[in-house]
Design a protein around this ligand. Structure first.
Ligand code: SF4
Length: 418
């Protein structure tokens, strides 16, 4: 065992902002234990960087994502590099797998057995799901990587997330999700939806403002339902006058001196109420609003277990535009969902003609093990047809988003998963 001062760590993060924020917290935990981040490698390809990292660091955290198969495959691919390092260096770092792949096999909403994951990743030494970040010190002690002395200095109340960006911070306001959209692994991987308290969130943001941060992005799988109890959460309807605790949270964050811009991600259409439409008019609220619509057809939306119709979505967009005329809109779309006919897909294309999104994450459907869509629906749209739909929608999206269409062309973000 090395002395505390020389121990190094490195974290590889896959997936969304929630994972990124978790990785920053894990880094905070490790630095509170005396670890130092391994200096970043540049100018090499991904595999070479990984080889260098695994050859030099003492502790390696793989913070995983389960949303796409491609992302899981990349994680499994790490095993080859670990093997190479072991053969050539006769050592490897202590490896902890974190994130949604672990969440999917532990906890009460398990999608498949932990043993199955262990079998595929024998090079991993310990597994933590997204709710177990604060257990990292105990895991390191249990495995003899750290001694008890390190823990004596550790105070979970004083953990500071380690952020590269010194003006903008992602702040998790809730964890998990209870919506169970039929295609999605998040409710299994990240567990029940739990909101952080208002006090905790505001304290963190005030602290960030004191340190010079100007922008915050409030993160949750569905920020609109922050602070709601389970019963109320499912009664809320888009376009209604129901009050949302999240709208109030935005107002409170808005009052914090030093914070100049507030973003939030993700929002769903089904609980975006008039209260929230009122709150987004506050001057510090970002001009970019991301609302995941997923499909332009009501039948498909129903099978996806989304709780909005396309008419409600269009009505919402109109209301947002009325209060924020220059708003930039972003969305998520899945093409080739089980049973999606050509006509139903055309409804999505028509939606893109009506709403020129500035940002669109367009994904090809792939069944995720254990989800309702995987268990109950036949993945019946042929791969070639899925690709064609992806290409067509992307083309329409690019045409609609051109600057001469009076739309601020933000960027092109397209995700192809097979
Ligand atoms: S709202 Fe639906 S898509 Fe979003 S995380 Fe929850 S289950 Fe997944």
């Amino acid at each position: 065992m090395k002395t505390q001062t020389t121990l190094t760590y490195d974290i590889r993060t896959f997936g969304c902002q929630a994972n990124l924020a978790d990785s920053q917290t894990i880094a905070g935990v490790l630095e509170a234990l005396g670890y130092e981040q391994l200096p970043t490698q540049t100018g090499k390809n991904e595999d070479e960087i990984l080889y260098h990292t695994l050859s030099n660091t003492d502790l390696f955290i793989l913070n995983t994502c389960s949303v796409r198969q491609k992302s899981e495959d990349k994680v499994y691919g790490t095993g080859k590099i670990v093997k190479k390092v072991l053969q050539e260096k006769r050592r490897k770092p202590f490896i902890i797998m974190a994130g949604c792949m672990v969440g999917s096999v532990t906890g009460e909403r398990q999608r498949y057995a932990l043993e199955e994951l262990q079998k595929k990743t024998p090079w991993v030494d310990a597994y933590i799901n997204p709710t177990q970040i604060m257990q990292v010190p105990n895991i390191l002690i249990e495995h003899g990587v750290l001694n008890e002395w390190a823990l004596s200095k550790f105070n979970p109340q004083n953990i500071e997330a380690v952020r590269d960006n010194k003006t903008h911070a992602f702040v998790n306001i809730s964890y998990g999700c209870d919506n169970f959209c039929t295609f999605c692994v998040v409710p299994y991987a990240r567990g029940k939806e739990i909101s952080r308290t208002k006090e905790e969130i505001l304290k963190e943001i005030r602290h960030l403002a004191e340190k010079g941060y100007k922008e915050v992005t409030l993160c949750g799988q569905n920020v609109n339902s922050w602070g709601l109890d389970t019963k109320t959460k499912f009664e809320i309807r888009t376009g209604s006058d129901q009050k949302l605790p999240f709208a109030d949270l935005l107002r409170k964050v808005h009052e914090i001196e030093g914070i100049e811009k507030i973003d939030f991600i993700s929002s769903n259409p089904f609980d975006f109420t008039n209260d929230l439409i009122e709150a987004i008019q506050l001057p510090k609220i970002s001009n970019y609003i991301h609302i995941a619509v997923q499909s332009g057809n009501n039948e498909v939306l129903k099978r996806m277990n989304r709780r909005h119709t396309i008419e409600e979505f269009l009505d919402l967009v109109e209301k947002i535009r009325a209060v924020k005329p220059n708003v930039e809109l972003g969305t998520d779309i899945i093409v080739g969902f089980p049973g999606e006919t050509k006509k139903q897909f055309e409804d999505t294309v028509n939606l893109f003609r009506k709403v020129p999104f500035n940002v669109a994450y367009i994904s090809i459907y792939s069944p995720r093990k254990g989800t309702s869509a995987e268990r109950f629906f036949k993945d019946d749209v042929p791969a070639k047809e899925k690709k064609r739909r992806h290409a067509e929608l992307t083309k329409v999206w690019k045409e609609q988003s051109k600057p001469d269409n009076n739309i601020r062309y933000k960027n092109i973000t397209v995700d192809i998963c097979e």
